[in-house]
Design a protein around this ligand. Structure first.
Ligand SMILES: *Cc1c(COP(=O)(O)O)cnc(C)c1O
Length: 378
């Protein structure tokens, strides 16, 4: 039987003709009508009016940190339960990371903790340069609450919505309400350009500055004139064409991934010690990845298999699954970094497993996954 992958890409069928048209048009640079059309389509999908399409989500994060003026020694606060790419560009720039714990009801940045930490930092005269909440596994953080708290202290919010295209927060698309939002279109995201990302903002000046830095910071002059340094971070026209062909499928893919999550709940929810990533009242997740807990957060029930036993049984059956992000405050790369709390995220790590979640996963394939997991409990 063919293997079942965690989150394989799906094609709509419109990609190949779109790529052929783009190649024939001669517009191949990371600029021109096709990236512009993709950016306009993303503005429509995100409800955020100004968008720059980038080579990767990580590049968009890097540009976000640049346009916010991050300097060496500045503090950047993010959720500890995230992919390393959220913080790695800031670390490269010499910033000092600080990792905040997540709230149990959403697994995303805890606004109560953020409020206390901001008040403490303000008293100490050392506010963060930027706060970076994360829309975890396609579920929005409590962005309204986080943005209101940061506004109080004049701290900008850069929302890592890399995996959350199609998710909503209080009825509004992921990332809306942050100073800047980042999206990713890498090969395992809900919509893909193979490699790709985007930076979005309500502020046209921030996106204009990012666009300038994304094409090597060339000043207006007949020769190459530079007052600062930049990058080659613009998305290729060929890849933007793939994105344009993918985007119309987004609503159907959100529905498909949510249905996958629902079938796991129905098929596994009765097993002892098994739980699922909660969906808080303020948001509607795109369920990019379906996450189950084995043994309950923080420990294993007597007699029930733990997360690793389930993962290994799935692997033996040719089914890919992956532990939830290892919290960044527990990563060797950040052993000297500061953290605020971290026990909630630390408890989720040994129990949480991301199950196959692709929008193309068939019910028969999903039955195979459910059968193997149930077999661990016999
Ligand atoms: C995918 C992802 C990224 C990085 O995106 P790339 O396009 O792969 O660089 C960053 N943060 C989170 C939360 C992600 O899921």
């Amino acid at each position: 039987m063919p293997p079942i992958l965690l989150s394989p890409p799906e094609l709509t069928g419109a990609e190949l003709p779109a790529v052929a048209r783009t190649l024939a048009s001669g517009w191949l640079a990371p600029a021109g009508p096709v990236p512009e059309a993709f950016e306009a389509a993303l503005a429509g999908a995100t409800g955020i009016p100004h968008v720059l399409a980038t080579t990767t989500g990580t590049a968009a994060l890097h540009l976000g940190y640049r346009v916010l003026g991050l300097r060496p020694g500045d503090e950047v606060w993010t959720s500890t339960l995230t992919f390393v790419a959220t913080i790695s560009p800031a670390v490269e720039m010499g910033a000092v990371p600080r990792f905040l714990d997540v709230a149990p009801e959403s697994w995303t940045m805890d606004p109560g903790l953020l409020e206390r930490e901001l008040a403490r930092a303000a008293r100490a005269g050392r506010l963060p340069r930027v706060v970076v909440p994360v829309d975890l596994f396609g579920q929005c953080c409590d962005l309204d609450a986080i943005a209101a708290l940061c506004d109080r202290w004049g701290v900008p919010v850069l929302c890592d919505s890399a995996a959350a295209l199609g998710a909503t927060q209080r009825g509004r698309p992921a990332g809306q309400g942050a100073r800047l939002a980042v999206f990713s279109f890498n090969g395992n995201k809900i919509v893909t350009t193979t490699n790709g990302g985007a930076l979005a903002s309500d502020d046209p000046a921030l996106i204009a500055r990012a666009r300038f830095l994304a094409s090597q910071a060339k000043e207006k002059a007949p020769h190459y004139q530079h007052e600062t340094t930049g990058y080659t971070y613009g998305l290729s026209s060929v890849l933007a064409a793939i994105g344009l062909a993918q985007l119309p499928a987004l609503p159907a893919r959100v529905a498909a991934r949510r249905a996958v999550f629902g079938r796991y709940q129905a098929g596994l929810g009765d097993l002892p010690g098994v739980g699922f990533m909660p969906e808080p009242a303020w948001g509607r997740a795109n369920r990019w990845l379906s996450v189950a807990l084995f043994g309950g957060a923080g420990g294993t029930r007597l007699g029930a298999p733990d997360r690793e036993a389930v993962r290994q049984a799935l692997a033996a059956a040719g089914i890919e699954s992956r532990p939830v992000w290892k919290p960044l405050h527990l990563q060797p790369a950040f052993r000297h970094a500061a953290a605020a709390g971290g026990e909630v995220a630390a408890g989720l790590f040994p129990a949480g497993l991301c199950l196959p979640s692709g929008s193309g996963l068939t019910p028969a394939q999903q039955d195979r996954v459910v059968d193997v997991v149930r077999g661990c409990f016999r």
